[in-house]
Unconditional design. Structure first.
Ligand code: NAP
Length: 242
């Protein structure tokens, strides 16, 4: 049990999730991270969070597996007693043209990026409803707004997260729970390291790719600083899809 406010960041071991976890730690939250399998990265992130003077722990579970999610959220709630901020960030890509897309790649991306937010949010919202407060930020993508050739599965999942965000904002507002989404453009992480991103610079008014801290600042704004903002999708993309 902790006296401090508690944040849970899925996919918090690396990339955008790690930056969000550190930003929330700087804001004074105890931060629980989840990860899929990269134990070294997860442990390193926990150490970096603790160095900021707050508590942290890493939970390994597959966000696309409802049973694993329920068992682990129950453990987290048992240990920390509350959850004030949830960042549904874990995600994967399995790109390919629609007509060649396998069922396996469709299901993996929908389950990991979209169904995961349903699985994780349900038990967390139960806790937030008892507290009569909480904030959820879903990690969408600009391609959930604009679509993208070669990413039918990923675009559909990220668009689904926007629908989920707006619906939960309407259902949960009266319980003191705010729900928003961030839609990043091209951000420098492991997910984009194999893409030839130079060709995108022509289309980005700010003429650079995003850094993980650009997204973390937006997440912290929506989760912590924006008491009267709910149901919104904040595009953080250097102007890519204006
Ligand atoms: P990343 O560097 O590949 O990191 C992915 C994170 O998700 C890791 O912590 C990974 O854990 C975790 N993860 C993956 N599958 C999981 C599963 N089944 N269960 C639990 N955790 C899982 O990705 P990123 O670029 O930071 O992306 C983070 C989020 O932002 C994703 O939702 C992504 O779609 C979204 N996004 C990214 C960009 C971009 O340009 N990078 C743009 C728009 C949106 P392990 O370390 O254990 O593997």
């Amino acid at each position: 049990m902790t006296d401090k406010k508690v944040a849970l960041v899925t996919g918090g071991s690396r990339g955008i999730g790690k930056a969000c976890a550190l930003e929330l730690a700087r804001a004074g939250y105890d931060v629980v991270i989840n990860y899929a399998g990269n134990v070294d990265a997860a442990n390193k992130t926990v150490e970096e969070i603790k160095a900021l003077g707050v508590d942290s722990a890493a939970y390994k579970f597959d966000v696309s597996d409802k049973e694993q999610v329920n068992a682990n959220i129950a453990e987290i709630v048992e240990k920390y007693g509350r959850i004030d901020v949830l960042v549904n960030n874990a995600g994967i890509t399995r790109d390919g043209l629609f007509m060649r897309m396998s069922d396996e790649n469709w299901d993996a991306v929908i389950n990991t990026n979209l169904s995961s937010a349903f699985y994780v949010s349900q038990p967390v919202v139960k806790v937030m409803m008892k507290q009569r407060s909480g904030a959820i930020v879903n990690m969408s993508s600009v391609v959930g707004v604009s679509g993208n050739a070669g990413q039918a599965n990923y675009s559909a999942a990220k668009a689904g997260l926007i629908g989920l965000t707006k619906t939960l904002a309407k259902e949960l507002g009266s319980r003191g729970i705010r729900v928003n989404a961030v839609a990043p453009g091209f951000i420098n992480t492991d997910m984009t390291k194999d893409l030839d991103t130079s060709k995108f610079l022509d289309f980005i008014p700010l003429k650079r790719l995003g850094e993980v801290e650009d997204i973390a600042k937006a997440v912290k704004f929506l989760a912590v600083d924006s008491d009267y903002v709910t149901g919104q999708v904040l595009e953080v993309d250097g102007g890519l899809i204006i």
